[in-house]
Design a protein around this ligand. Structure first.
Ligand code: XIL
Length: 403
């Protein structure tokens, strides 16, 4: 059941309040804003207000009226009913260890759960032929309980492999490993997976290899053929589930983006020519707010992809604001604009079957490990802030998920 936000914010037992919640990630400013928001929401719920609370409401209304109104709008999930586009979120830890607030928000906002690590090889097959599905199964159960489905991420990648995979040393062994791994995972989750990212990040033009392939363990032992093999194995294990090639770094005017678009399109053409079972291109969409979207060339690229018969999925959207100057409001506005501009381009070519963000709240984002802002504040790349309040980016998603 989805509780109203007013009730949620007023409940002193709510885990946000219960924990004290002042993590290092929260600035004083955002903590103050949270208090004013709570007061404002109290007003909406009709509670008796003190003078300071009233003042706080007025100032919240003046400062961030539109932010505050976002809390009252129907969830992203509810918008997907009319549009048919699923909204997904990646989530990190096993369900049992997960922040309960995130789980609650996640099932309220999303109808697709993307395991951030727990379908990756190092989790599912840590030793040859010894599978561990505890974490993935708990996610599948959570998804089923909340009438969600799970996105399959990912079967074949250069990273997140156990050592034994990285040390495979013959084509025969590599082929056998792929057969066992893909066959086991895809069969096990038949009917529970919405779509499988079969090959993740196969392209890395910087490495200078033929066709822009990335020099993964799979490429080293099997060449570009590993992609075809992986897709065929997945199709044999589940004749129905949509299968995809998932990649990143294709959005901008910079030369490396152009190169990636070219190499990725060429790969998708080769796969079509050879009748390889691939249904979609997963657009990871790890956006970088300070860069310029290549509206013209990205549109042409996406059109070529859909002309080849591929569907589009937005699989890992987040917006890196590491170089955006200004206060939270200015940064959030930039992130909203960038998200909206990007999704406008995608939608101008085709409606994606799903839009997934790589996380839900700025409190938990992989980007923190990799990017630090010069002013020391935390990144704001996701639809909810560190206090689980909807941000302007949420509004950009809401518009597109309703479209
Ligand atoms: C990332 C996870 O979010 C991190 O927690 C982990 O340390 C590394 O992998 N592209 C992908 C994802 O396809 O699997 C990556 O996930 C982010 C980039």
């Amino acid at each position: 059941m989805v509780r109203t936000l007013a009730a949620e914010h007023l409940n002193s037992d709510h885990p946000i309040a219960g924990r004290g919640a002042m993590t290092d990630a929260m600035s004083d400013a955002s903590a103050k804003k949270s208090v004013t928001r709570r007061a404002a929401l109290a007003g909406l719920a009709g509670a008796a207000l003190t003078a300071p609370q009233l003042g706080a409401i007025q100032s919240a209304a003046a400062q961030s009226r539109s932010d505050f109104e976002l809390e009252l709008l129907p969830s992203l999930r509810s918008r997907t009913q009319a549009s048919g586009i699923r909204y997904g979120c990646a989530g990190g830890p096993p369900i049992g260890d997960y922040d309960p607030i995130v789980l609650e928000k996640l099932s309220a906002e999303a109808n697709l759960f993307v395991p951030e690590a727990h379908l990756k090889w190092f989790t599912t097959e840590p030793r040859p032929g010894e599978f561990d599905f505890a974490a993935a199964d708990s996610i599948a159960d959570y998804a089923a309980r909340h009438d969600m489905i799970m996105h399959g991420h990912t079967l074949v990648w250069y990273a997140a492999n156990p050592d034994w995979v990285m040390h495979l040393d013959s084509a025969k062994d590599a082929r056998a490993a792929l057969e066992r791994h893909i066959g086991t995972l895809v069969s096990r989750y038949r009917g529970k997976i919405w779509a499988w990212d079969v090959v993740n990040e196969a392209i890395e033009p910087k490495e200078g290899l033929e066709n822009g392939y990335r020099g993964s363990v799979w490429y080293r032992l099997l060449g570009g053929e590993h992609i075809e093999l992986a897709c065929k194995l997945a199709r044999a294990a589940d004749p129905k589930v949509p299968l995809g090639i998932n990649d990143f770094g294709i959005e901008y005017t910079a030369a490396d983006s152009r190169r990636r678009r070219q190499d990725l399109l060429a790969l998708l053409r080769r796969l079509r020519d050879r009748n390889v079972p691939v249904d979609y291109l997963g657009l990871q969409s790890h956006l970088e707010c300070h860069k310029t979207l290549d509206r013209k060339e990205l549109t042409e690229f996406l059109r070529s992809v859909t002309d080849l018969g591929y569907k589009l999925l937005v699989t890992e959207l987040d917006v890196n604001d590491v170089q955006i100057r200004g206060d939270d409001a200015a940064r959030d506005a930039a992130v909203e604009r960038h998200t909206g501009d990007y999704l406008d381009i995608v939608f101008s070519v085709a409606r994606p079957l799903s839009i997934s963000t790589w996380g839900l709240t700025d409190r938990y984002t992989w980007m923190r490990q990799y990017f630090k802002r010069a002013d020391g504040t935390a990144l704001r790349p996701l639809p909810l802030d560190v206090n689980f309040n909807r941000k302007r980016m949420w509004a950009a998603l809401a518009r597109h998920l309703s479209a």
